[in-house]
Design a protein around this ligand. Structure first.
Ligand SMILES: Nc1nc2c(c(=O)[nH]1)N[C@H]1C(S)=C(S)[C@@H](COP(=O)(O)OP(=O)(O)OC[C@H]3O[C@@H](n4cnc5c(=O)[nH]c(N)nc54)[C@H](O)[C@@H]3O)O[C@H]1N2
Ligand SMILES: Nc1nc2c(c(=O)[nH]1)N[C@H]1C(S)=C(S)[C@@H](COP(=O)(O)OP(=O)(O)OC[C@H]3O[C@@H](n4cnc5c(=O)[nH]c(N)nc54)[C@H](O)[C@@H]3O)O[C@H]1N2
Ligand code: SF4
Ligand SMILES: [Mo]
Length: 613
């Protein structure tokens, strides 16, 4: 038998998968899906393995030992849900809803799995997590600057003549976008201080000095002003960035800068895909605006890719309550102290792996003894800190539909298997909790099927075709561009980079996992990568141990000498589990937030000192 599965992972590509069940379970990329185009990524190698894994949670559990020690005993699901509902009732009565914080993110991006639980939290009026650890700052910066962060349909890559990947590693993180770029006739640029796999595969790699993008942009503007391309608000700033100065600030040659500027000027249909990784910096949102200003200069402001929103009634899916108080994700430890939170309800996310400044976050959780519920498929680091653990379903075990923050297809996810043991989907869990709270709002009990039908109906999707193909094209929201140059010009004029001591620590995306997911199923690369010259200066050898430390903490790991990393920069991949390796990179990442924009994370503006033990 064949079924349609929609990959719900936090990934640009949102694939349509064909799942074949018979002699075992096999998954393939849906050939008919224009973006998936018949293949899946390396991450997908773990999907079936994770679903079948012996490590999956199958029973609800209650803590028996000290918090964080991971000692639990199994209890009946009903009993666990009663305890949760009682605790919610108690907090509502004695402290009010603003002491309960749902901590959730994009571990499952299904429209139901992601949104439905919020109906309950909106109804109760609990605190709300401000999602600021990924792409939020750049998104808000674009909205401020041009009115939207929804750019161009990425399928246009196929007919583009110039595609620029700016601060993104699509060969690993957006493999179907990368495949489209390779299939197109476009000249491909990658602008990245690291020689990533994408950089190796591009026509041009601008190996820019880290954090110097703004100077490249001003230099390109200076060069193109000779050809009549001018932004009058920026003229006096641009004047200063001739080729020589730009070259010395960015580490790029004058020839490279000229060629890039010329290509951008003459391209009929240039597209710039602005990455997420490089905006997790103290000036991240600002830099995203600067990149976009190049498209404004060449009069193609809509030709960017950042994120996408569709004409889907998200308020219907999640309910709405504008009064909820926002608690910031990127510095959650400090926020938990500030709001005196009494209860955390954690699902779709693994904050004790993925949030910056783990030492503080863990300390606060221990000291404040916050009642914590974790709903997950595995006994993650986060689940180990729970009072109650509820087992979650894999995406082969529920019905859902999934859209994308990149392309314009809605994919179908069919339930294929019954969940093991007491594992329960996000939808069903929150229905059961609402029942126990004695709530009578019908939206809290709407079935998956009714929700799917309503969305298909709203979008005028022919259900017959949808169930035949496993996907349907949908409309993205129309972007009305309204470029505001004055404020941006002021920002550029007053821009001054921060000085720092020590090595820059980048914690980037690994090719195999999806942030922390599945990294418990294989040996994760926890080494630190550094340039040969730096290794020589420090007298460390391949596989030698070093200690990396800063004001947030200290870790010990092994060195890999890697000349794709520039001098002065260290690279550790994100996503390893501290409960397996004793630490991860977030024990030393900064929980400082950006100067502007959503309190967005600045975790790639982390600086460290190193020593040989
Ligand atoms: N394989 C895989 N794919 C994934 C994920 C995963 O975990 N694994 N996670 C998904 C998620 S949640 C996200 S947010 C995306 C992230 O996708 P990406 O944004 O592609 O990921 P990163 O590796 O964080 O950062 C991309 C690049 O930014 C570069 N960069 C850093 N500083 C600068 C700078 O100053 N200037 C320039 N020009 N570049 C800079 C880095 O060197 C890095 O190569 O990937 C998604 N896809
Ligand atoms: N140092 C460093 N840290 C980073 C980053 C970085 O670049 N460097 N990147 C940041 C970015 S871009 C992001 S997006 C975040 C992501 O960080 P997280 O939000 O923690 O994402 P994941 O690691 O994917 O964890 C998702 C969790 O949800 C669980 N899950 C999956 N499906 C379901 C389901 O159906 N129901 C329930 N209840 N649970 C489910 C998974 O098992 C997993 O434990 O990490 C951030 N952290
Ligand atoms: S992780 Fe991304 S590329 Fe891989 S199958 Fe899922 S959506 Fe496709
Ligand atoms: Mo992300």
């Amino acid at each position: 038998m064949e079924y349609f599965t929609a990959c719900p992972k936090d990934c640009y590509d949102s694939c349509s998968i064909i799942t074949q069940v018979g002699d075992g379970i096999k998954i393939y990329g849906n050939r008919k899906h224009p973006v998936t185009s018949g293949f899946l990524c390396l991450k997908s190698k773990h999907f079936v393995e994770a679903h079948l894994s012996e490590k999956r949670l199958k029973r609800a559990m209650i803590r028996t030992g000290e918090r964080g020690q991971g000692q639990f005993k199994e209890i009946e699901l009903d009993e666990a849900l009663d305890i949760i509902a009682d605790r919610i009732g108690f907090i509502l009565k004695h402290y009010g809803p603003e002491k309960i914080l749902p901590v959730e993110y994009a571990g499952n991006r299904g429209l139901i799995s992601y949104n439905f639980p919020q109906r309950l939290f909106n109804k109760l009026g609990t605190l709300k997590l401000n999602h600021s650890v990924c792409d939020e700052a750049g998104g808000l910066a674009l909205k401020d600057f041009i009115g939207t962060s929804t750019g161009i349909d990425p399928e246009k890559i196929l007919s583009s003549d110039l595609i620029v990947y700016w601060g993104i590693n699509p060969a690993w993180t957006n493999v179907h976008g990368w495949a489209m770029a390779k299939r197109s006739k476009a000249k491909i640029y990658v602008i990245d201080p690291l020689k990533t796999e994408s950089a190796r595969g591009a026509d041009r790699h601008l190996k820019i000095r880290i954090d110097s993008d703004i100077y490249l942009i001003l230099g390109v503007m200076n060069y193109l002003s000779e050809f009549g391309y001018k932004i009058k608000e920026l003229e006096d700033v641009i004047e200063k960035y001739n080729l020589e100065k730009t070259s010395s600030l960015t580490g790029l040659s004058a020839e490279e800068i000229k060629e890039f500027a010329t290509d951008l000027m003459v391209a009929k249909f240039p597209i710039i895909h602005i990455g997420y990784g490089f905006q997790r910096k103290i000036h991240g949102g600002f830099t995203v605006r600067a990149v976009e200003s190049l498209l404004v200069l060449v009069k193609k402001p809509g030709n960017f890719i950042y994120d996408a929103k569709h004409k889907i009634d998200y308020d219907y899916l999640r309910g709405r309550n504008d009064k909820r108080i926002l608690v910031n994700q990127a510095n959650l430890g400090r926020e938990l102290e500030k709001y005196d939170v009494k209860m955390l309800f954690i699902y779709n996310t693994n904050p004790l792996v993925s949030l910056p400044n783990q030492n503080l976050l863990r300390k606060v959780l221990l000291e404040k003894d916050i009642f914590t519920v974790v709903h997950d498929l595995f006994l993650t680091d986060t689940a180990k800190f729970a009072d109650i653990v509820i087992p979650a379903t894999s995406f082969f075990e529920f019905n859902d539909i999934v859209d994308s923050y990149y392309h314009d297809y809605l994919n179908l996810n069919q339930k294929i298997f019954e969940p093991p043991g007491d594992a329960i989907s996000n939808h069903d869990l929150f229905v059961k909790i609402a029942q126990r709270l004695g709530l009578d709002d019908r939206s809290l009990f709407e079935s998956e099927e009714d929700i799917i039908n309503k969305i298909l109906n709203d979008l005028n999707i022919d259900a017959g075709e949808f169930y035949k193909n496993g996907f349907a094209k949908i409309d993205r929201i129309e972007s009305i561009l309204n470029v505001k140059l004055d404020e941006f010009a002021n920002e550029i004029k007053n821009f001054s980079p921060k000085s720092h001591n020590g090595f820059r620590l980048l914690s980037l995306t690994h090719v195999q996992g999806i942030t922390s997911q599945h990294n418990n199923l294989y040996d994760f690369d926890t080494s630190v990568r550094m340039n040969k010259k730096d290794a020589e200066n420090l007298s460390v050898v391949e596989n030698g141990e070093i200690i990396i430390e800063n004001e947030y903490g200290s870790i010990k790991t092994r060195v890999k000498i890697d000349d794709s990393v520039p001098e002065g920069v260290l690279l550790i991949y994100k996503g390893s589990w501290p409960s397996i390796y004793g630490w991860n990179v977030n024990f030393i990442t900064t929980d400082n937030v950006q100067e502007k924009y959503a309190n967005g994370t600045a975790l790639n503006s982390t600086f460290v000192n190193v020593r040989v033990p």
